[in-house]
Design a binder for this molecule. Structure first.
Ligand code: SF4
Ligand code: SF4
Length: 407
């Protein structure tokens, strides 16, 4: 691939502190009020109690039936795409025994086979990199590892006690040397309707697909005789974005998402870690750090003011732009739907036409043209964000958020 760099474009300023999954908003909003886990967490973080109550209410509203027809339709769509992924999150779905006999492959042959299969299964972007242990979560925080969580179906119980890192608070240990990053494109027309039931549905559809492909690929590799574990939205053991940056899928942008040359930030990620030796891809330098300094479109379009306007800051040993994820998710709870405005407005989020491919090449190869490209994008596509209408077949569900302030 072009634009190869010797090292990733994020700046490491000191020892990188591993992130505790219990501190993610997605783990916090799943804490069961009154449980020992919730008591321990909020004793240490009393300032988060009220915020997390709001987030919890938002997620539960997505999963519960309601006397209101529009709300029920919205919830049913949400459960179809997000709820189904729970079944792919079981420890023995993401991981499992390795076949006793190994199939020998060259590193180049193994990489080729893995990429071809992942593409066939549905991944749009596939890159292979080293697994940096700094990106592995330090402790488990997300379900289905709350065994008492009411949404846990019975089949989450009875797992082998020897299975490590399955319970809340367990240290996470992923011994693998390599990580296969998988990127899945979102339908731009639906993402541009956000926040809406249509954007919710599309985000869930793509997350579900990314989960299934990761599970399938990990199982394939284990059947070849090599350890492999899938990581996806219902069972991550690591931070997918820096892992994908290390593998050369793109760079970390101002909006906190991975920005790729091909799809901009309009994608979702999953990952497979493994000990299968493969030829590795190189990190890339697309000029994104410079481009994001010249472009503030996501920050100016974010209705929650969650995306910074200034320079990157030091976060756990790495200099990067840091979004305020609490502000972001509180905005989601306010509108009743996941917001994807920052993904939709990014100048890199464009269809893959010859014209836009040419603009991508210019943006990467000609630093002097970047300011002009930012201005041209704002002029043609507008700032702030212009929300697109929800397709007719999803309008009943979208009425559930009607009347709520979206911008
Ligand atoms: S998802 Fe929406 S609220 Fe969150 S950072 Fe992006 S634009 Fe802002
Ligand atoms: S909208 Fe602009 S500043 Fe934000 S991530 Fe995209 S290129 Fe960077």
């Amino acid at each position: 691939m072009n634009h190869q760099a010797e090292k990733p474009t994020y700046e490491v300023l000191g020892p990188v502190e591993r992130f505790d999954e219990r501190d993610t908003v997605f783990a916090r909003e799943r804490l069961v009020p009154g449980s020992p886990e919730a008591h321990a967490y909020y004793s240490a973080h009393p300032g988060l109690v009220k915020i997390d109550q709001r987030l919890r209410k938002f997620i539960q509203s997505k999963e519960q039936a309601s006397p209101d027809e529009a709300q029920t339709m919205s919830s049913a769509l949400y459960q179809a795409v997000f709820g189904s992924v729970n079944h792919l999150a079981l420890p023995d779905a993401v991981d499992g025994p390795t076949a006793p006999t190994r199939v020998d492959m060259t590193p180049a042959g193994a990489a080729q086979m893995v990429k071809t299969l992942a593409h066939y299964l549905g991944a749009d972007l596939i890159r292979i990199g080293p697994l940096n242990q700094a990106w592995v979560y330090s402790h488990r925080g997300c379900p289905p590892f709350f065994e008492e969580y009411p949404a846990n179906p019975p089949h989450y119980t009875g797992l082998e006690e020897s299975y490590v890192d399955r319970r809340y608070g367990d240290p996470i240990h992923i011994p693998h040397r390599y990580a296969i990053s998988l990127g899945f494109a979102q339908d731009l027309a639906l993402i541009r309707t956000g926040p809406s039931s249509a954007s919710d549905l599309e985000i869930g559809r793509v997350y579900a697909r990314s989960a299934l492909v990761a599970v399938q690929l990990a199982r394939f590799i284990r059947a070849l005789g090599y350890p492999a574990r899938a990581h996806h939205m219902r069972n991550y053991g690591l931070l997918c974005v820096p892992v994908a940056v290390d593998a050369g899928m793109g760079e970390l942008g101002r909006c906190g998402f991975l920005i790729t040359k091909e799809l901009g930030p309009n994608l979702r990620l999953s990952c497979v870690t493994t000990d299968l030796t493969m030829e590795l891809d190189s990190p890339v330098d697309l000029g994104m750090q410079d481009f994001c300094r010249k472009c503030l479109k996501c920050s100016e379009s974010c209705p929650a003011r969650a995306i910074p306007r200034g320079e990157p800051v030091m976060v756990r040993g790495v200099r990067k732009w840091k979004i305020d994820e609490v502000k972001c998710l509180l905005y989601w709870s306010h509108t009743g739907s996941a917001c994807s405005i920052c993904q939709a407005v990014c100048p890199w989020t464009k269809s893959r036409t010859p014209f836009h491919n040419l603009m991508r090449e210019i943006a990467v190869r000609m630093p002097a043209a970047r300011s002009w490209l930012v201005k041209a994008d704002a002029w043609v596509y507008g700032t702030p964000f212009r929300r697109r209408p929800v397709p007719a077949w999803l309008r009943t569900a979208d009425r559930a958020s009607k009347g709520k302030d979206r911008h």
